[in-house]
Ligand binder design. Sequence first.
Ligand SMILES: C[S@@+](CC[C@H](N)C(=O)[O-])C[C@H]1O[C@@H](n2cnc3c(N)ncnc32)[C@H](O)[C@@H]1O
Length: 275
Amino acid sequence: MSTEAAVAGHYGRGRLEESILAAVAREGKDPEKLTAGDLASVDEFHVGGIEATQELAKHMELRAGLRVLDVGSGIGGPARYFAAEHGCRVTGIDLTEEFVRVARSLTMRTKLDGLVEFRQGSALEMPFEGESFDRAYMIHVGMNIADKAGIFREVRRVLKAGGLFTVFDIMRAKDGEIQYPVPWALSEETSFVGTARDYRDALQKAGFQIAQERGRAPFGIAFTERVIARMTQGGPPALGLHLLMGEKTPMMIRNILAMMKEGVLEPVEIYARAV
Ligand SMILES: C[S@@+](CC[C@H](N)C(=O)[O-])C[C@H]1O[C@@H](n2cnc3c(N)ncnc32)[C@H](O)[C@@H]1O
């Protein structure tokens, strides 16, 4: 099996849309009258949730009408956020067919389909013309991609000169074993965690200039501790990331928290400009 098939196999759950809509109803919300914000606890599949996405937006020089690319768009929470809150026209691409299907359905349900669209495919070979986008971002995706240089070359190709590319990934901060499972992989077979330096080097080689880099360990640890506290007190909320991560969710979250606390892993933001 190719690495990409294994990655898509890791994320695809089956019946994801049904379980999200059932959880929406259990939370007392009407699945026929959803807003983008109603879904934030399930559709922001990364450390820091919607707060992390809001933080990225502050540094992305956004305005209404900009064409924005979401690399590895998952079920589409960040894409809908950038459309609903900033008026951007967002295109997401993702490897996992089920995620793309659910992303499209939730986007119709939140009436954002005039601004947001999704394509199924690999970020290493995107079906877009050169210089199609004003901005691009990639949130918690690079951990599944060994070829960082390849992906950044592809993003550079489709981004206009002067456009900003934002990365928010889990990176290696020091030596130490990675304990599996983690949210992006059950084993090292599909896990390719890089250092911030790997990212910077690959970005620069691909034609980006690094504008800013920021480690987010304290924020990531505090967020993850709150998630664990909520799970311990009352079990997971009806609508939560466990719907995406499955039965291994508690172990995945505990592992990533422990590795952030040990200083082995760190969520890092990188803002780069296409030159
Ligand atoms: C942890 S999820 C993050 C989803 C989304 N960015 C978010 O923050 O909600 C990682 C996503 O990356 C996608 N992905 C991994 N490798 C990919 C690749 N080579 N091309 C496109 N998508 C990929 C997976 O299918 C999955 O949806």
